[in-house]
Design a protein around this ligand. Sequence first.
Ligand SMILES: Nc1ncnc2c1ncn2[C@@H]1O[C@H](COP(=O)(O)OP(=O)(O)OP(=O)(O)O)[C@@H](O)[C@H]1O
Length: 271
Amino acid sequence: MSTATRPVVSLRGAGLAFGDRVLWDGLDLDIRPGEYFAVLGGNGTGKTSFLKVLLGLLPLTTGTVEVSGEPPRRGSGRIGYVPQQRAFAASTPLRARDLVGLGVDGHRWGIRLGTRSVRRRVDELLELVGAGSYADAPVGTLSGGEQQRLRIAQAIAGDPELLLCDEALLSLDLHHQHAVSELVDEQRRRTDAAVVFVTHEINPIIEHVDRVLYLAGGRFRVGTPDEVLRGDVLSELYGTRIDVVRTGGRVVVVGHPDSSHHTHDDQEMAL
Ligand SMILES: Nc1ncnc2c1ncn2[C@@H]1O[C@H](COP(=O)(O)OP(=O)(O)OP(=O)(O)O)[C@@H](O)[C@H]1O
């Protein structure tokens, strides 16, 4: 298959289980360049484990997985990763530009970048994510939203083919959720990267999402948000009555068995 048409992620008959506990099984999936793919589901359904498989940190129990046509491997420069957000301790001895530099330093296109080129690239990335004004601030003194912009700058530093985001908007206010979500989407459009975005709250990204993988109780559905986020589809998936209400461009799921895990604004439950 030529590079132009090659999927960025390809899973065949993929299954993941821990002991008797099956997280998913029989997953056939291709994610193409430029696609925005969301992984949805309650706590413990296997969303983070899905990313770990793509990162080469967790082997499948059954089936095969390829990233950019090869088995995934740790530290691949083709993958950018925005981990679940945890605030840096106030005493963390890194400035904003040092954190971004961790994503730039190293070999790019097989050439070792000189100090000046690294600095230029770091400045470019800081500007790109709107973090230029706090480039020299210690990361531990920055707000959650500011820190998250830096993590995104670090993850996109090498213009990866695949950008993996794990709950990248968690604990951000609405303004920063929007800003960070736009940054991810801009990168996707600029470089044609595929995005895999793990979240249990789809609304902040719903305008960008092409398809979703919805995980629930060892089962799953894949399709566009309109195909999957429907009362009949989710009722079948969960084996109980679920209603999906669409209001003002938002999706609210009502009657969700893992509702206690879905704490979203003031709705009974939102996805
Ligand atoms: N290495 C492991 N060994 C055994 N069980 C594991 C391992 N990694 C994950 N699990 C279990 O697999 C399940 C799925 O974990 P995972 O972190 O993928 O869920 P998640 O959907 O990302 O959840 P959350 O929304 O809470 O972050 C959990 O019950 C977890 O305890």
